[in-house]
Design a protein around this ligand. Structure first.
Ligand code: ZN
Length: 214
């Protein structure tokens, strides 16, 4: 994608080169949170983690990260996270499970600024903190053991990757088959536990924001 003139600043290009050389998944966002670049490690990770073609560079570049998140609270929290990351380094640790691996990942967000300190983007790198066999962490459910599709389709938490039980909506199960190959129309959101557990700080901010909005 051609970069517009202000984005050709040296810090921006330097961030791009750092991300391209990084062995961990990473991306570069503009100040609106739109993808400008994803590195090779991101593409490899997406393909092994059930992300499929929707997570590749060709699908993401030019779209906003926010456009890929559903639910008011998760969207508000991501917006706040990106706003904070335009001003200072932010690390957010959360689950990022795969079909075989329970993974804890630290997302490191770094503002990219001009020499004068004006933000021109955000560099994001995902570092693995811990990996364990998924069966050691979660009881596993079979994709064929029940129907996982409710009236609104199949719902999966984009963080822990558990799938919501349509008949018991408060229950979320780890279904490796649906993590490896989620149906094309899967709705990715955030389960209540991940909201509370991994986004506690921003969740509190979101609550304050929503009470201010009210
Ligand atoms: Zn979750």
């Amino acid at each position: 994608m051609p970069l517009s003139a202000p984005r050709r600043s040296r810090p921006f290009t330097a961030a791009l080169h750092r991300l391209a050389a990084d062995r961990d998944p990473g991306c570069l966002l503009d100040t609106d949170g739109a993808f400008l670049f994803v590195n090779d490690a991101w593409e490899r990770f997406a393909l092994t983690n059930g992300g499929g073609s929707r997570c590749t560079a060709s699908a993401l570049i030019g779209t906003r990260m926010l456009d890929h998140v559903t639910g008011d609270a998760p969207r508000r929290m991501l917006r706040q996270l990106l706003e904070r990351a335009l001003r200072a380094h932010v690390t957010q640790t959360s689950e990022c499970n795969g079909p075989d691996v329970a993974r804890l990942v630290a997302a490191q967000l770094e503002p990219v600024t001009t020499g004068g300190g004006a933000p021109v983007g955000i560099a994001v790198v995902y570092r693995v903190v811990r990996e364990r066999p998924i069966g050691d962490v979660y009881p596993l459910e079979d994709a064929t053991s029940r129907s996982w599709r409710g009236p609104a389709g199949l719902e999966q938490c984009s963080t822990c990757r558990r799938t919501r039980r349509p008949d018991v909506p408060d229950e979320w199960d780890l279904v490796p088959g649906l993590v490896a190959a989620p149906p094309r129309d899967t709705q990715f959101g955030c389960c209540p536990r991940c909201l509370a557990l991994h986004h506690g700080e921003t969740a509190a901010e979101a609550t304050r924001a929503s009470s201010r909005d009210a």
